[in-house]
Design a protein around this ligand. Sequence first.
Ligand code: SF4
Length: 408
Amino acid sequence: MDLLDILTDKGLRRELPSREEALAVLATTDDQLLDVVAAAGRVRRQWFGRRVKLNYLVNLKSGLCPEDCSYCSQRLGSKAEILKYTWLKPDQAAEAAAAGVAGGAKRVCLVASGRGPTDRDIDRVADTIAAIKDVDENVEVCACLGLLSDNQAERLKAAGADAYNHNLNTSEATYGEITTTHTYADRVDTVTKAHGAGLSACSGLIAGMGESDEDLVDVVFALRELDPDSVPVNFLIPFEGTPLAEEWNLTPQRCLRILAMVRFVCPDIEVRIAGGREVHLRSMQPLGLHIANSIFLGDYLTSEGQAGQADLDMIKDAGFEVEGAEQTTLPRHRAHAAAGAGCGGHQEESACGTGGGCGPCGGHGEAPEAVAAEPKSEPKSESESDEARTDLVRVRRRGAGTELAPNA
Ligand code: SF4
């Protein structure tokens, strides 16, 4: 049996590949690339069908961070020209979240720059979660606030948060080269705290920071050990004004191989294409959908994505469908206690065959706005998939420099 047959077989059985097999995926040639995508696609369809989960970023607090993460436009000493502002008010954040939900997003990610939240910050976020859920109680809310202190995860859970994001970003061996103000162990600790509090854990990586194939495999295996429900895969956006500004070393083909490797290691976990999708995958983005089952709608934390409508068109054109609020993201066997929090991810039917800154790097500021909020219709059946999606509203970007709330 050749490598891809072995990996497909293991993925369909939820069996972890060996490190050598994961490394071999990253070493495949361009001639093999479509075969790699097809193999990872079989695994993706087994556990997630043709559904694409949309996530929407609301940047609660942008820039002015005391940490020194080299990849981040909000880092200490960053010269990147990004929006800088302090906490959005709950109603501003809820308005922004509603725009994303009206555009098809199922999850809203509340991100704040900084080392970690104070207890007062947890109160602010609790008020924001309440404001969002007051508008639509079915929206999944993920908080991404940095390193958590004792009991903060429990407080977020009690406030109605469904998930917590904190990325490992890179391998333990190279972590000290990208950040000196906190450690890899600090990050693991926060993911563990979130998990322990019953929050759905979201933790991923950033590729393209000069790491080796071994580093990539190391961090993905480490993520798998932490057992997150979602793994965002960021591709470095080399911001001018940051130490990694010259790190343009990703190709669309490399990005697809990385996504495939993540899919084989995490066959039944939500794999999300995060920051850098448009910059690095470019016209190959639709192939990424055959591997990943989740993307961000619209813009990132401090950089623009493609227009939200282009995301929706791409999903439709590639033969996929936007996952509805009533659909379960994760397969049934991954059900656990966090399901009751409304994470849409864990408890219901199997998906088998049916189908910053601290979050996505590069992130905030200018984001899509729903032009006309219309109620969503029932999800289309497979036989209807070639019909126009009139149930999705048009989404457009609002750039920096307006007087409106960022990401509104
Ligand atoms: S990644 Fe988070 S902690 Fe690091 S510099 Fe950016 S905002 Fe600060």
